[in-house]
Design a protein around this ligand. Structure first.
Ligand code: CUA
Length: 334
């Protein structure tokens, strides 16, 4: 009888370990990997998943076994036998989990120090979150963009901050997420290692436009990256294309719908037809004056149905006079 119990226990233990190994190696729960840190993070995740599978099946299995095996039979009205503890059992079920937690803790710490290591001379990209768009500034190149472009295999240090409330810069394919906190700059080091386009999300509920606070990161070859830098360093000649360029650069489409540009967001008023209706919206202002006021001082007149302070108040400081002119001219045509 005792030998049979030991045999059953060994079979159950092997089965549990096998299932744990299977879940660690076969379950694909993570999105595509696009950075060097994704490799080590996923490795850690797989090991945790395997350990968790074994523990889950062991605990739930023991529970189901106890429910079935020791349930009250019909007509059985006797009390359960009193039980006064078992020292060896208690030592075992304290020691083994403590060991598991210790090993996982040391391993996780090593992964953390590995992925947080600061490189010697990284490329720097400043990430600014604001309701409800991301802005990426390249101080070394002197440009700024609403789309994040990165050269492949180049280590980048993101310097992340916010201009209003707390946002969270999250690139699932990089396995990286860091809060964007007003008044504070947080570092995040990433080496993208796979050419492609990956989503950027805001992972902190930051207001009505939170779900629209999306952008893309384009990981491209060094040559493509340099071509892009050259293209955004100069505004196009054609006024309409220049308008779309500025509209894109300041992330207007994150909050406003505009057919010509193809944006559909509804956080702020729709911009189709603003050139015509702007002429009569505010008394004493022609369409040009109205559009300009709405950009640099958005609270001065609020379109019915929209709240104050939803739109950043600092476009007047951020945009050059030339960019403002281009954008106003462009919107007048809409
Ligand atoms: Cu920004 Cu959510």
């Amino acid at each position: 009888m005792r030998e049979r119990t030991i045999f059953v226990l060994i079979v159950v233990a092997l089965l549990l370990l096998g299932l744990g190994y299977w879940s660690a190696t076969n379950l694909d729960l993570m999105p595509q990997q696009a950075s060097t840190r994704a490799v080590v993070v996923d490795q850690l995740f797989r090991i945790l998943l395997g350990v968790a599978t074994v523990i889950f099946l062991l605990v739930e299995g023991a529970l189901i076994f106890a429910i079935l095996r020791f349930r009250a039979r019909p007509d059985d009205v006797s009390d359960a036998e009193p039980y006064h503890g078992n020292n060896s059992l208690e030592i075992i079920w304290t020691l083994i989990p403590a060991l598991i937690v210790l090993v996982i803790g040391v391993y996780s710490f090593r992964v953390l120090t590995q992925i947080e290591r600061q490189p010697d001379s990284p490329m720097v990209v400043e990430v600014i979150g604001r309701q409800f768009s991301w802005e990426f500034r390249y101080p070394q190149e002197g440009i700024s963009s609403a789309v994040l472009h990165l050269p492949v295999d180049q280590t980048v240090r993101f310097e992340i901050t916010s201009e209003d409330v707390i946002h969270s810069f999250w690139v699932p394919a990089f396995r990286a997420k860091r809060d964007a906190t007003p008044g504070q700059i947080s570092d995040l080091v990433i080496t993208p290692n796979d050419i492609g386009i990956y989503p950027i999300r805001c992972a902190e509920l930051c207001g009505v436009g939170h779900a629209n606070m999306v952008a893309d990161v384009i990981v491209e070859s060094r040559a493509d990256f340099e071509a892009w830098v050259a293209s955004v360093s100069s505004i196009p000649e054609d006024p309409i294309e220049a308008g779309r360029f500025v509209y894109e650069q300041y992330g207007c489409g994150a909050c406003h719908a505009l057919s010509d540009y193809g944006s559909v967001a509804v956080v702020g008023p729709e911009l189709d037809g603003i050139g015509e209706r702007g002429a009569t919206t505010v008394e004493g202002l022609d369409a040009r004056g109205y559009i300009l006021q709405s950009i640099i001082n958005p609270n001065a007149y609020l379109t019915p149905g929209f709240q104050a302070n939803l739109m950043p108040q600092n476009f007047g400081d951020r945009m050059s006079e030339q960019e403002l002119d281009i954008l106003v001219d462009y919107l007048l045509e809409q």
